[in-house]
Design a protein around this ligand. Sequence first.
Ligand code: MEV
Length: 316
Amino acid sequence: MASGRTAVGQAHAKVIIVGEHAAVFGYPVLAAPLPALTVRTEAWPAEGPITLDCPLYAGPLAEAPGVFDGIKALVEAALAKLSRPDRDLELKVQSDVPIGRGLGSSAALAASLVQAIYRSCGAPLDRETLLRLVGVAESFAHGAASGVDAAAVVAEGMVSFRRGLAAVPLRPARPLHFVIADSGLPSETRGAVEGVRRRLVRDAEDTRTRLETLGRLAEGAQAAATQGDTGRLGQSMNDAQCELEALGVSLPALDRLVLAARNAGALGAKLTGGGRGGCVLALARDPGAAEHLARAMRAQGARATWLASFGGEEAA
Ligand code: MEV
């Protein structure tokens, strides 16, 4: 049971605004946290093997199913780095981030675990160590993860990111209002990333051109956001969706939600994250329009919708 010595770690969901998949190959990407959806981990000392209590599993960490292999490796790596034994710890996770919807649930879980473990040991945790440890778990979840999910789930606002570099905070010149709509279909990021890699072998020139285009669109989206040019930002999102469709990571259910958002007046709409399921992201003119887009996408089958605004005040 949690005691007075309980330490807490917290991270949140994320969205990729433009640049998913190209990010894996080192192209720029624009991403943002979703502070409304959080993962919170409590850690406290308790004699015996390490236990984990989370939405998908409760019991000894060593006996957790295969999907937890990354988490096992991460906990082991964190405790080794802290020179602590691999035992005598209880971990309890509460999460409202939907799992497997391209919203960064695995990175957010990993980040909250690392923070809770470090705090339970009273050890300082710098950003670089946090991201490196999250990367241990992400390499299991995503294979060739670029690191953008890890950076975004602990970011305080929109960030521009490039593989191997620190995320750069980006402040929009005017408020940006987004709607996130869940298709209800699981997004299999690892498979989608591998699919793009296979396409790169099969059809190298076309795939390379599309990844380059996505990188250019992400750069354009970053500039548009900082200049408050919502029209150009929306267009970058629409153009990115064309490239993602051509790369084979969209699905008819996602295309339908994208179309519903555009028909309802979205400035731009696209899938977000790994794709092949998961969520659609739409940019609205104002908060009222965002509510309207959410209703339109729910009418076309979205299981859940969330609103997120950036700029002026931070994400709400
Ligand atoms: C997943 O949110 C974004 C991808 O580009 C994978 C990655 O960059 O690690 C699909």
